[in-house]
Design a protein around this ligand. Structure first.
Ligand SMILES: NC(=O)c1ccc[n+]([C@@H]2O[C@H](COP(=O)([O-])OP(=O)(O)OC[C@H]3O[C@@H](n4cnc5c(N)ncnc54)[C@H](O)[C@@H]3O)[C@@H](O)[C@H]2O)c1
Length: 310
């Protein structure tokens, strides 16, 4: 199939591009190399075509006309909770108006389906764990709001225009290529510090938990969504709560370096715990995670070690 991936030069979607190419699909990536995002030229698989363009640009029409995609994988986003909270207008501009430009072009050229990178951030602070598709969505940030709104637009475009969709609400994704700078996931930030033999900062008491999902497993969920899960939203996680302290201890084991720790107060807006029950993805997408945390962290450490050796 011809698949257009927005944000495909970034962390997660470059892995999806590789998985699609390995499965025999033709891939075109649209990415504007946003300065606060994780895009790198070296992430783009050599077999993929790359168009450097903002998803909000009217010139997107030419790309759709020329490539005639059958599937859209929409991963381009303003993906920072902090930036979105400081500048909700920018967040909505990219995550809503950018989305609408993509969807309108998709309808115009007759795309069959849009697979969307939604987020656990659409839930906010849930009343109970684990979260699943029945958990009320009460996003606590502009980023979570625009991700949730996207799911509603996708439903509307399906009803109104017959453009099918699957929305995948990812937990905390980690793995090779995640940007260790900025406010990326704690795993890649910590790995950067451990390999540089520097200390790490643990906010609060370190007992706050997340559901960390390996990027290779996320790519496989995106393979499953090519043919399954039409009209559905699915949480994509492991079902396991892991604390920051557990990540710290695992990295000491994997790297052999007992990084010095400083503690900082709880960050405003940080949820205390997250955990997803992905049973629906298992039954309807026939997907389940394959990578345990230690194996995923070993692969990620090996990747960052390789970068340092270059
Ligand atoms: N990392 C996570 O844990 C996580 C969790 C849930 C959802 N997501 C979502 O998954 C997607 C990918 O996230 P990621 O962690 O790989 O981040 P990333 O920054 O590595 O990837 C996002 C890509 O989108 C591109 N982009 C941003 N604005 C653009 C624009 N206006 N036009 C064209 N391209 C643009 C960036 O250059 C970047 O390559 C995002 O939609 C994010 O919200 C990520």
């Amino acid at each position: 199939m011809r698949i257009l991936i927005t944000g495909g030069a970034g962390f997660i979607a470059s892995h999806i591009a590789e998985a699609y190419i390995a499965a025999g699909h033709e891939v075109l990536i649209v990415d504007n190399f946003w300065s606060h995002g994780g895009a790198r030229r070296e992430h783009v698989p050599p077999q993929a075509r790359l168009v450097e363009l903002d998803i909000r640009d009217a010139a997107l029409a030419h790309v759709f006309t020329a490539f005639q995609p059958e599937i859209i994988s929409h991963h381009a986003a303003q993906h920072s909770v902090a930036i979105g909270s400081r500048d909700p207008e920018f967040d909505a501009n990219v995550n809503v108006l950018g989305l609408l430009n993509v969807l309108n072009q998709a309808v115009r050229v007759g795309v069959k389906k849009c697979i969307f990178a939604s987020s656990g951030a659409t839930f906010g602070e849930p009343d109970q764990l684990p979260m699943n598709e029945a958990t009320p969505q009460r996003p606590a940030s502009p980023y979570g709001i625009t991700k949730m709104v996207t799911e509603h637009y996708l439903r509307f475009y399906r009803q109104e225009h017959g453009l099918d969709f699957t929305a995948l609400r990812y937990g905390n994704v980690y793995g090779p290529r995640q940007d260790p700078n900025g406010e990326a996931g704690v795993i890649s930030i910590f790995i950067g510090k451990f390999l540089a033999q520097q200390g790490v900062r643990i906010d609060s008491d370190g007992e706050q938990t997340r559901d960390y999902i390996y990027v290779g497993d996320v790519a496989q969920a995106n393979i499953a969504a090519l043919t399954r899960g039409g009209g559905g939203c699915y949480v994509i996680g492991t079902g396991i709560r892991t604390s920051v302290n557990e990540i710290y201890r695992a990295l000491v084991e994997v790297t052999g370096f007992p990084a010095p720790v400083t503690h900082a107060p709880k960050r405003a807006g940080d949820v205390r715990a997250a955990q997803f029950d992905a049973s629906l993805a298992q039954s309807e997408l026939q997907w389940q995670p394959q990578t345990d945390l230690l194996s995923g962290m070993r692969a990620t450490v090996a990747y960052f070690r390789g970068l340092l050796a270059q």
